[in-house]
Design a protein around this ligand. Structure first.
Ligand SMILES: C[S@@+](CC[C@H](N)C(=O)[O-])C[C@H]1O[C@@H](n2cnc3c(N)ncnc32)[C@H](O)[C@@H]1O
Length: 298
């Protein structure tokens, strides 16, 4: 029989009957989980999410019927099956919130730069983009809509590809499906809904094949050098609402590692307020109102 969180024996936990289940995880145990999450993904748990994260871990221990939180920790951190279980847990712990055209000025900048590319002598080269920490796909499809519109407006076949990567397999599955509830589509203008979406059921719409063909989604860690999103040189790396979860030194390491992945003339677009004045070595800050982006010199 599966044990519920209340059945758990907890050597150094100290929870009694009737107490909230998050108390079943001691501070020592919680620190181990928080450290593992940070070591594997870079993500630091914000203090206001501590209780939520504790509850999720304890709930999972109960679902699987482990006798002790430490046994579950060992299972996740050491065994081969642990990595699968780690994936399940990650899906519950990470913040995966996203929106279409979330930061409009950044999307406008992307559209302007792609248009400049289409009017340049390099126009025939494939335009390659990676969305890092793409969550459920809204960012990737927003970029794809802008890119598609640009190619159509200059009368060219769409010669671009956009890859989204995220460490959450649940998020990537949802991104691949490309089905969104109508209330999630408020920030997509009507004419784009007509052009790029079809009704999936009452109350939700699905991205059309024409856009899906231009995008790819991969479960991958952005710190992994073999991440499929970085397989070929990129014109744009779009990385928004991800850096905020990382310590400063990790943000810097990550962004420095992006420099080599950009083509000369490529852009790194981060979220406003996610970096201070620091800039990655070898890139220069772009002057464009309301955004935070860098260019790799030609
Ligand atoms: C708040 S969402 C941002 C989604 C999207 N970029 C946006 O701005 O709407 C942050 C995403 O980063 C992902 N993430 C966190 N650490 C990651 C890592 N090490 N590698 C890849 N993705 C990661 C999370 O799973 C989550 O889906």
């Amino acid at each position: 029989m599966l044990k519920t969180p209340k059945d758990l024996s907890s050597r150094d936990v100290g929870a009694g009957p009737g107490q909230p289940d998050e108390l079943l995880l001691s501070d020592r145990q919680y620190r181990l989980w928080a450290e593992m999450l940070e070591n594997k993904t870079g993500v630091r748990i914000a203090t206001h999410r501590d209780d939520f994260v504790r509850r999720q871990i304890v709930r999972r221990v109960g679902e699987l019927g482990f006798d002790d939180v430490d046994d579950y920790f060992r299972e996740v951190s050491q065994s081969g099956a642990g990595s699968r279980e780690w994936g399940v847990l990650l899906d519950r712990l990470l913040v995966k919130e996203s929106q279409f055209f979330r930061h409009q000025a950044s999307h406008n900048f992307f559209k302007t730069r792609l248009m400049a590319h289409l009017q340049s002598p390099q126009q025939e080269q494939r335009y390659s983009v990676c969305s890092v920490g793409c969550s459920t796909g809204e960012e990737v499809y927003s970029l794809a809509m802008n890119a598609f519109d640009n190619y159509v407006s200059v009368g060219q076949a769409p010669g671009f590809s956009i890859v989204g990567i995220d460490v959450s397999s649940e998020a990537i599955e949802s991104a691949r499906r490309g089905v969104y509830p109508n209330r999630h589509l408020d920030s997509v203008p009507r004419e784009r809904l007509d052009r790029y979406f079809s009704e999936a059921s009452s109350g939700s719409m699905e991205v059309n094949a024409v856009l899906k063909k231009r995008v790819g989604f991969f479960v991958s860690n952005m710190f992994d050098e073999n991440c499929p999103g970085f397989a070929s040189p990129l014109d744009v790396i779009f990385c928004q609402n991800v850096l905020i979860y990382l310590k400063n030194w990790r943000r810097r390491d990550l962004l420095n590692s992006f420099v080599a992945k950009l083509k000369p003339g490529g852009y790194l677009i981060v979220g406003p307020g996610e970096l201070n004045d620091w800039q990655p070595e070898g890139l220069s800050r772009v002057a464009y109102s309301g955004i935070h982006a860098f260019e790799k010199p030609l």
